[in-house]
Design a binder for this molecule. Structure first.
Ligand SMILES: CC(=O)N[C@H](C=O)[C@@H](O)[C@H](O)[C@H](O)COP(=O)(O)O
Length: 232
């Protein structure tokens, strides 16, 4: 059952664009209905999947889109923040996420469980998981725990590698080479359609884009900064 469900979800995501729809604490767009509208708009534009944050956003979005939804729950300010405990992951599933993404670094998790222990419990409950990795070692650990999908989400954010200007295609290619049997999703600092195409070219199963599509404050800042630079 889980294997068939995993295959079905992976087939839908293959070669596609997954749009990450997230607003951060205190931001004007941080509202489930707003995020569901953004997700619907992304689906109309051709998104093969949606990634979203928080239980209310997950349940609002799964009710509005047909494509697979990757759910996370960010909690905390430092260390392991993305779906940090088994409880957070279970809640994402209960909210309706098709796939739950979680931090796969070796950093201590608030509930004291390892990535492998967390994955084992969730697999027993039929979950399809995505491992947010920041290094080759993270991907290795996630693959050993039989996590279905590996991703480069935490490249440049977990202290293992410097943050590249654009996507960390080097880490992507390394993980793809290390794990030819497993889909690897490119995520993080993909800013242009050309970046996204380059990630697929480097072997990504699918590409997640967040900020460059769904975060108007960051996009406005880029334009604003460039106008300020040009002002005499
Ligand atoms: C490191 C971390 O917490 N990443 C988060 C994971 O869900 C989001 O804040 C990112 O927006 C997402 O990964 C997409 O990346 P980008 O917005 O660069 O396209």
């Amino acid at each position: 059952m889980t294997a068939a469900r995993t295959e079905e979800l992976l087939a839908k995501l293959r070669g596609g664009l997954i749009v990450s729809c997230q607003a951060y604490p205190g931001e004007p767009m941080r509202h489930p209905e707003t995020m569901a509208q953004i997700a619907q708009a992304a689906e109309i534009g051709g998104a093969a999947g949606i990634r979203c944050q928080g239980l209310a956003d997950i349940s609002a979005i799964v009710g509005q889109v047909q494509v697979p939804v990757i759910g996370i729950w960010k909690d905390g300010d430092s260390g392991v923040v993305i779906t940090p405990t088994l409880r957070h992951a279970r809640s994402c599933l209960a909210a309706g996420a098709d796939i739950v993404a979680l931090d796969a670094t070796a950093r201590p998790r608030p509930d004291g469980l390892s990535v492998a222990e967390t994955a084992r419990a969730l697999h027993d409950e039929g979950a399809v998981l995505m491992a947010d990795c920041g290094s080759r070692a993270d991907a290795e650990r996630a693959a050993a725990a039989d996590v279905a999908i590996l991703s480069t989400t935490l490249a440049g954010y977990s202290g293992d590698r410097p943050a590249t200007e654009g996507p960390d295609l080097e880490l992507l290619a390394q993980i793809v080479e290390d794990h030819p049997e497993r889909p690897v999703i490119a995520e993080g600092r993909i800013r242009t359609p050309e970046d996204a195409a380059a990630a697929l070219e480097a072997g990504a199963w699918a590409v997640v884009v967040g900020t460059a599509i769904t975060h108007p404050t960051s996009l406005t800042r880029r334009f604003h900064a460039s106008l300020k630079e040009g002002r005499r």
